[in-house]
Design a protein around this ligand. Sequence first.
Ligand code: ADP
Length: 578
Amino acid sequence: MKGLGTFIRVLRLAPPHRVVALGLLMLVLSATEGIGLMLLVPLLEFVAGGLGQNPIAAAIIRVLSFFGLPSDIRGLLSFFILLIVFRAGLQFLRERVSVVLRQELVDALRTNCLSNLLHAEWSWLAKQTRSDHVNLVMHEVSRIGAGLQSGIGLSATGTAVAAYLVTAFVISPEMTVLVAASGGMIYLLMTRLRRHAHALGQEQGQVNRAMMATVQESLSAIRLSKLLGNESRHLQFLTDSLANVRRNSIAFALNISTARMMQQVLGAVMLAFYIFAGLEWLKVGLPELLTLVLIFSRLTPQFMALQNQQNQLLHMASAAAEIFDFLDESAKMAEPPSPAQAEQWPVKNAIELRGVYLHYEGRARPALDGIELTLPACATTAVIGHSGAGKSTLADVLTGLLMPDQGQLLVDGTAVEGTERKRWMRAVSYVPQDVFLFHDTIRANLLWGYPEASEQTLETALRRAAAEFVFDLPLGLETVVGDAGLRLSGGERQRIALARALLQRPSLLILDEATSALDRENETRIRAAIEALHGDLTVLLIGHRHATLQHADNVVVMETGRILRQGGWDEIGVSDID
Ligand code: ADP
């Protein structure tokens, strides 16, 4: 069956003992269901006046005496109650195992996706969109969760149906063959309806996605649409996509109702036919026939449930295929493994780029073209150049995030390759223009850089980063910043990020356009902080304002992926790249 393969692949992520436990519970439950139904035969026999004539009834009476129960109606009823209690306990256990299994699998899928994303090569990640990843990890995995529920339900219903059929077969093989043949016919009769339901289900995913996109876009563009005066156009888009969702939902509901109606009518016709055939042609005894009728009337809703669950499972299959494709592809794009512990990598002489060439896919020109660069240890180097010159790409290669297509990154003559790459990445700190702070306290944000830092170390780092303003905040280091936290100015955020970078005790500190978006006062503070680091640390400054970069020992001018000039400020003769 389609979808089953995916279901099994998802199940293989679960601890095997839980899957086995669930399977066993389902089997035992089905067996108890069958036994419960068979109990009806002696009960009805008793009502009809002669207990123990039928071979099934005789077998059950032997079971009763085995358990020390009397061979009469009291024994039968006691056994029935015991069976129901046992069954209820098992059912509870099955629910428990299946809900735990489902949650564990959803967690495993989310963790695997996130882990692959966190460990994937930056060059691959940079080509993807973040909203796709969010959709995958949250929405698609939830769909798999719902599908799993159906898959587990399908297995439960399947075993129950098998139990009914086996029980029926034991009671009357001829009647069971008759029912199986007629049931198969009904199943075929309803094929078109089923296909339609499946198509509608697939369409449901598309129309819902389209509606979500419309709502999201309208909300993000509120400001723009106010200014353009086209609110009504947005509303029209929304009305159109809502109409699609509505049409689909109504058609889906009507399809299910039609199926139910057909099954009820056909079910009643078939039941009448079974009773007639049993009594007139096959001469089945009344207790057996009544038991069979009960079994067959129970089978109809079970078949319906099987169909629904199968549809849901097919739904899940498309989400699971997407997740597995992503997991396979991202696993291929994995970075080399990280060292177990963050090790220092002190730079004694220099960090060098030799013959570095890097070309982004789909771009006409290489972003870096034959770069030869030396960053002497404990010196400050500035890289300047127009937008698009390749400065950020150069920084990404220096951090080890991007591997050049040709050429090498060398630290004191050692090539940063293979397992050394992750070790080097940990030894580099990078402060971008738009810094990221976690929605947490300033302390937690700082400890991210160096978890064992003492109070004294934190204070020193803040002072070195010219971030003393933290001490004047009413809650000090305990102030919550980030998304919904205290609103800090760009400069304040940047200084906290600089303090965090310094706590990492980096071998190379890269500051990307650190002051380009700042007001004069903040710029002066950051500049002072950078100047104070001079001579202590190997620093790379990326920017274009002369004032910020004036203390650099060495200036590199880039243009279209190449180094035009390098040397001291006097040698290169540039005052301000703007
Ligand atoms: P700068 O930092 O000097 O502005 P970048 O290093 O960001 O320059 O970009 C250098 C060139 O590479 C530009 O032409 C840019 O459009 C291109 N580029 C940068 N990142 C990517 C990417 N992920 N995919 C494709 N092209 C890119």
